[in-house]
Design a protein around this ligand. Sequence first.
Ligand code: AMP
Ligand code: MG
Length: 274
Amino acid sequence: MTRDELRTKLAELHLETRGVKDVLRKRLKNFYKKQKLTQTLQIKSECSDMYYDYICVIDFEATCEENNPPEYLHEIIEFPIALVNTRTLEIEDTFQEYVKPEQKPTLTEFCTKLTGITQDMVDKAGSFPDVLQRVVDWMRERELGTKCRYAVLTDGSWDMSKFLNVQCHLSRIEYPRFAKKWINIRKSYGNFYKVPRTRTKLASMLENLGMVYEGRPHCGLDDSRNIARIAIRMLQDGCELRVNECLHAGQLVNVPNTSPLESAPPPYSPWQKV
Ligand code: AMP
Ligand code: MG
């Protein structure tokens, strides 16, 4: 089918018509697959088999310099969360706090220009352990890991395997168990829409889906919201987002999709010194 034929068919079915041809083909294919499954199992389509009730999208911003050397120690300066309800397919809630860096308390001009985070914002912010404690409280209030099953989702591997891992070492706190496994959306996106990893940067994923970035690029909360929009579209297109990476003994490890689906554990206080 041509792109126009695919769009016509999708419009007839009242489905989203934006996106490149590969995306449209996958959307239509999944619609028929889901329809068949629904008929076979005689279940209502709204009774989704999505395992997680919520997805916590986290996109950290960190201290940086232009052309950071590979050994550069990034400190987290923004901790945002966009909470996606997998039933309503909406961003139900958000969290955002800035963090005061301790090793290099003065931000570079480059960092402020890139992230929009000013010296004043981080000067007024709490330390990383304090902010992480408030994140834990926020997640607990929403009963994540207790009443509600959830997973963490990031854009790439770095947020957890690099930024959070390094920050926990610098702050001398235990790495939080709830962030030990996550969904790397770039990997899920590449596998689902069959696109090479070079086309799974945030801007490319949005463009391929016929969507435009909303907000300010490199603002952690806006990045998180836009990543959440991609995750929502993938769920609508029939993708089963599942944990595909984890941190084991401080190392990034791939989680095969044959592994059992597990919800992240309830968050706990990070005060245990290591
Ligand atoms: P992002 O999620 O793409 O906004 O990036 C997360 C963090 O990576 C930023 O807060 C910076 O610390 C670092 N970073 C991203 N892009 C660049 C860049 N072009 N140059 C230096 N550091 C960057
Ligand atoms: Mg970002």
